[in-house]
Design a protein around this ligand. Sequence first.
Ligand code: ZN
Length: 235
Amino acid sequence: MATVTIWNEYRHEREDDEVAAVYPDGIHATLADALEADHDVRTATLDEPEHGLTDEVLESTDVLLWWGHRAHDEVADDVVDRVQERVLEGMGLLVLHSAHFSKVFKRLMGTTCNLQWRESGETERLWVVDPGHPIADGLEEYVELPETEMYGEPFDVPEPDRLVFTSWFEGGEVFRSGCCYRRGNGRIFYFRPGHETYPIYENEEIRQVLRNAVEWATPTRGSPRTFGNRPRDEP
Ligand code: ZN
């Protein structure tokens, strides 16, 4: 059992009736519902003091989930620093959908993280392209999502260490939808599905991916990260 913190911007759901109808208690509550049978789950949102991500919270988090969209710029840089530091120490990070543009993800990737998009309710086939990967455990060949926002290549991120999913969209585009990275000791998974006006996080297969990804990103004990000047071990 991991200690999981779900971070949500939580603005769309409070300001837009269409979104509130899909996620009445916030996207974070729906994500928590998918994970809390297996993990110790808590949530944090942008408008809490320190965005709910105090030193104490981050220190005790094994895996952090991040969903944001319209208010990326309102995330304080010192919180971004803190999240980055914790990832380097080994905390897992799941970056969801429009969080491709979050300060946290851009900092960790070092690229623009830009992409193409179109909001027109198209069908998506989320193909498993690495069937032996633990994040794909229990899935069929692909997950079909009837109504989605299209994200298309080029996706300006570094080459992933492993690519688990590639999406195809009804309009013809493709996208690298499940990208694994390591930064320091931390494991990072970018997962594309999850637009605020579609009930993507109610989908049982998507919830399976999230559970698998939390397992995969949970830190292992590892070996000490020791840097700087070192005396000889041998005389
Ligand atoms: Zn979206």
